[in-house]
Design a protein around this ligand. Structure first.
Ligand SMILES: Cc1ncc(COP(=O)(O)O)c(C=O)c1O
Length: 400
């Protein structure tokens, strides 16, 4: 038998946003509406004015695909980008983002040269790293703008308020280093009643006082994430750092349904029916047969599994929309597939299946899926959509 000759076009060989060569074989599409994303940024800017916005686009923009969002981010003068680590900062630069990038998390000294060279602003909190930063700056003949991260109670990263004065004095010793920002992160911003909020804010105000005394100017102060923006309008300070609100979902916490900021989910996650089976009463579905039919029903197969980021915890505990109706997922979610029971309804192979988004009059929100999954917070769900999920961008660019 002769070998089949396949001609690969340049387009087939070009890597796409998802990170996989996109042959179109993945039937899971995450559609991101750039017009909605832009409107959300405008809404947040308006809402927190005169504070500015640091859009948090770490973890591949929470899973929505940072590459597709860069053109919209580039439209805004008063929006900068916040990332978690050096790779994300450099990726953003290589994608053509020309705004300000603030590295909000830990950077290993081995990455100092690249970060300084890329012109990003860096988070600082450990005194022993300051001379290393200054040395790298001197070698590159570059200056570096720093945001000091203060630990006010989250106890993850940051300098203690009692050690801030010494840290600033140390930094001021090096002319290549300038403190441009001072920030902290809230442990409970989504919970308006939590006592820790007031304690953290008070500590941060103490830190701001120390910084002004030592620097003789006020650095850009920022503390509020999405939950804090919703709950504490007097805590916007000079900038807010928001992720969830930019993408249009509600951060976790004790929040009213109407959060007061009219942002809209900018994404839909959908696939299609690829197989179906008629089951008799007592027949089960998937590994361990954890679900059994109680009457004759049709079960459809959807190409969405835990390797795509649809967690196994959602087994027997999530829904999907097909032809405008809601159906339960049944049986264990497997690596590549999940199944839904459609009863006697006339569902066909190729019918669209919406996991998150709207179909007809029905809607499944990411918040609902997170609520069902027990353990998974909303952020975990979106940031774990894997590279098998095709990111598709709709809407215009250059329209801010
Ligand atoms: C330091 C920092 N700031 C801001 C944010 C944004 O949080 P949110 O998505 O809740 O707005 C995060 C997210 O985890 C963060 O780690």
């Amino acid at each position: 038998m002769g070998k089949r000759h396949i001609e690969l076009t340049q387009d087939m060989l070009r890597p796409k946003y998802s990170g996989l060569d996109d042959t179109g074989s993945s039937l899971i599409e995450l559609t991101v509406d750039l017009d909605i994303f832009r409107d959300n940024l405008k809404t947040i800017l308006e809402y927190v004015r005169p504070a500015r916005v640091i859009a948090v686009v770490k973890a591949n923009a929470y899973g929505f695909g940072v590459a597709g969002l860069v053109p919209v981010l580039n439209e805004f003068e008063h929006v900068s980008a916040g990332v978690a680590n050096a790779d994300e900062a450099l990726e953003l630069r290589s994608l053509g983002y020309d705004g300000r990038i603030v590295l909000l998390g830990y950077t290993h000294p081995k990455n100092y040269y690249q970060i300084i060279h890329s012109g990003c602003e860096l988070c600082a909190y450990r005194p022993e790293n300051i001379p290393k930063l200054a040395e790298a700056c001197a070698a590159l003949e570059h200056n570096l703008r720093l945001h000091i991260k203060v630990n006010t109670g989250m106890n993850r990263l940051g300098v203690a308020v009692g050690e801030l004065r010494e840290l600033i004095r140390l930094i001021r010793h090096y002319p290549q280093l300038t403190v441009v920002g001072l920030f902290t992160h809230m442990a409970n911003g989504g919970e308006p009643e939590a006592d820790s909020n007031l304690q953290q804010v008070n500590r941060f105000h103490e830190a701001i006082g120390i910084a002004i005394e030592e620097l003789h100017y006020r650095p850009e102060c920022h503390l509020a994430n999405s939950g804090t923006v919703i709950n504490f309008p007097d805590m916007y300070l000079d900038s807010v750092r928001v992720g969830a609100l930019c993408y249009g979902y509600h951060p976790p916490g004790d929040l009213p349904d109407d959060i007061g900021i009219p942002v809209t989910a900018c994404f839909q996650l959908a696939s299609e029916v690829i197989d179906l089976h008629r089951l008799e009463p007592g027949e089960g579905v998937s590994y361990s047969l954890t679900w059994q039919a109680e009457r004759p029903v049709t079960v459809v197969t959807l190409p969405m599994g835990f390797a795509d980021g649809y967690f196994r915890d959602l087994s027997n505990n999530a829904e999907v929309l097909i032809n405008g109706r809601r159906y339960p997922l049944v049986g264990n979610i497997t690596m590549d597939y999940c199944m839904a029971c459609v009863g006697d309804d006339p569902v066909e192979i190729g019918d669209e299946a919406v996991f998150i988004g709207r179909q007809g009059d029905e809607e499944i929100r990411l918040e609902d899926v997170a609520a069902h999954s027990g353990e998974a917070v909303i952020y975990q769900l979106s940031s774990c959509w894997s590279r098998r999920v095709r990111r598709v961008y709709v809407g215009g660019v250059g329209e801010a």
